[in-house]
Design a protein around this ligand. Structure first.
Ligand SMILES: *Cc1c(COP(=O)(O)O)cnc(C)c1O
Length: 405
């Protein structure tokens, strides 16, 4: 059936919260996907930083199939080996490089980034009540999810306003501004702060090492919990296992999702310090599907392959050289190229990012407009240099077409 016929059926049955889908996709392999009309695209968005190993990776497919033929679900009255092994692997990769694992770290498995943040928020709320520190901080332009809790710490007014009132005592501070950070902590009544090492949804805005270190320092001084939302930046995306590792700090809580399952729905809330690990008591939180063994088996395959395939170094090196090549285009419409590892933002000199996305699709590339003036690339970590170069080479032409129309 054609893309259009499927799109009509989509519009007929699906709630219109995502608008019209660009394509209806049928199959994929590596960085490539095929639509229902038989067209092929290079996927430089990777399901928004999700398909860490690309599409239909044989190891992930096999892990899913094998686990599905044993047990798909057991409830959290029971446990399964893949979930336990995944907890152990997550402790290893969340620890700073060189450390085996954080002695205090513990893992809660959820089903999405939103849910991972929701659990983190409950930890911070309980900490707030326990210590009579009412204020919770988040950063301007930050994104943490769409449930009522996660939405409460998400900055975008258009996302929040229709659902007000949301959680109280949440304040946004200017992203990257150390003076604003110090001022917000000065009264000593902050329970916790949520930060993203690179704000992906905001248009790929990286936080500096100094800023992350200052957050850690202020949290230590005042007894606040530092929550790092690694949903988009974790699992090798930035060239380290965690997007904050370059800053050499250990947060109190880390949240993970997107790349973790290589496409299977899974999230994790990781408490890294004794303070955070001690907060939630039995019965204070829960989930039916979290810890699902099929999702856990997929995640184990993903983490194992990133490790054995040396994909962290690959993401770091290719990301660096790709950004340099994009800058070297010296295109008058490109104001900035930024990011870390294989999370790349291309800042344009006008609100025509969506036009470039459309032209890219025509030319056989899937990219994303994170903002009206920022292109975002978050390809599978397995992408090769010549595939990246193919996009770099065609980008000037895409920009030219988008600005002409
Ligand atoms: C995508 C994202 C979320 C939400 O994750 P879902 O899996 O869509 O619930 C939260 N935080 C960040 C930083 C994200 O990029």
């Amino acid at each position: 059936m054609s893309n259009q016929a499927w799109k009509d059926r989509y519009a007929d049955s699906m709630l219109g919260i995502f608008g019209t889908p660009q394509l209806v996709l049928k199959s994929g392999s590596g960085v490539w996907v095929q639509d229902e009309d038989g067209n092929q695209y290079m996927d430089l968005l990777g399901g928004i930083a999700v398909n860490a190993l690309g599409h239909a990776h044989p190891k992930v497919a096999r892990a899913v199939a094998e686990q599905a033929s044993k047990l798909i679900h057991v409830s959290n009255f029971f446990a399964t080996p893949p979930a336990i092994e995944l907890g152990e692997f997550i402790r290893k990769i969340t620890a700073l490089p060189g450390a085996k694992r954080s002695p205090s770290s513990k893992v809660f498995l959820a089903n999405s980034g939103t849910e991972a943040n929701e659990a983190a928020l409950k930890i911070v709320k309980e900490w707030a009540n326990r210590n009579s520190k009412p204020r919770i901080l988040a950063l301007e332009h930050g994104f943490h999810g769409r449930s009522l809790g996660a939405l409460s710490i998400t900055h975008k007014v258009a996302y929040r306003d229709p659902f007000a009132p949301l959680l109280p005592n949440i304040e946004w501070i200017e992203t990257g501004n150390i003076a604003a950070l110090e001022a917000a902590f000065s009264a000593g009544d902050v329970a916790g702060i949520f930060v993203e090492p690179v704000q992906g949804e905001a248009g790929v805005l990286p936080l500096s090492k100094q800023y992350l270190q200052k957050v850690r320092e202020l949290c230590d001084q005042t007894g606040a919990l530092m929550v790092v939302d690694e949903v988009q930046t974790g699992i090798g995306r930035t060239g380290d296992w965690m997007g904050h590792h370059f800053a050499g700090i250990t947060p109190d809580v880390i949240t993970l999702a997107k790349g973790l399952g290589g496409g299977m729905p899974i999230g994790a809330t990781v408490t890294m310090t004794e303070n955070a690990t001690g907060v939630l008591k039995p019965g204070q939180h829960g989930t039916t599907f979290g810890g699902n063994p099929v999702a856990a088996a997929a995640a184990l395959a993903v983490l194992g392959e990133i490790e054995s395939g040396a994909l962290l170094n690959h993401a770091k090196n290719l990301g660096e050289s790709w950004r340099q090549d994009l800058k070297a285009l010296d295109n008058p419409h490109i104001l900035d190229v930024r990011g870390r590892g294989l999370l790349i933002g291309i800042e344009l000199d006008g609100n025509f990012a969506q036009g470039v996305v459309t032209e890219a699709l025509r030319a056989g590339f899937i990219v994303n407009a994170a903002t009206p003036h920022t292109l975002r690339l978050a390809p599978p970590l397995i992408i090769e240099a010549q595939q990246a170069a193919a996009f770099t080479n065609v980008l000037p032409e895409l920009i030219q077409k988008a600005t002409r129309s």
